[in-house]
Design a protein around this ligand. Sequence first.
Ligand code: SF4
Length: 264
Amino acid sequence: MEGVVFDIRHYAVHDGPGIRTTVFFKGCPLRCRWCHNPEGFETGPVSVVRERSVAGRLMPITDVIGRSYTPEEVVEEVLKSRIFFDESGGGVSFSGGEPLMQPGFAGACMDLLKKEGIHIALDTSGYASRTVFDLIAGKSDLVLFDLKHYDSAVHQEHTGVPLEPVLENLHSPVFGRVGLIARIPLIPGFNLAPDTLRKMAEILLESPVVQEVDLLPYHNIATHKYERLGIDYRLKEVKVPAKEEVEMAAGIFREMGFPVKIGG
Ligand code: SF4
């Protein structure tokens, strides 16, 4: 069995507790307008041409983003950082893209990592069939679950998919046994408004096992990735949220009783 991964990054500190190795899976069913990993959109490897100066002349160079791995190869790479996991309470995080797009491969990697006693976090949009979600989230120790909006029509317009399957998976029976941290991207013009955030907090209150809310303020550092991939970046002109706006958002979730972290 093989799956497609576009990066395996060691020493990550924003994708779960401790020091982690993050495995970035190719493929995502969503097209969030603010996505900072557009190289993960398509399921297979993609070729990107760039110009490089060679002996004073600009030459086209083709980079391929994404390659096939066996689960054993992923585990071998992840375990290179094992000493840091042990010392920091870290582990591996599955991110992307959307790991639930490759459930057989993700599940096989998780089974091997479990045998090694590695803590597993799943960073997910929550958009998958209930069967796939329960199976793969159920193999994790912690799910970092994105909630992007409360209104399905707005969600559909800005991410390309409806909200209902996400909400259904937020109530998966695996939670309680598996930890749950909600992650909320703060996107100006989409959800960064008090009423919207309050309604999102109400949704999270319906799930009694949310341990923490992580707020992820919008940033535009992925602009160059869109240019390289030839994808129109519609949020180019959007400004990063001011400190006061982020504090306003944090205050709303704190008032509703959630521990809040800014950043992942
Ligand atoms: S769910 Fe995540 S990876 Fe997929 S498009 Fe949205 S932000 Fe990007």
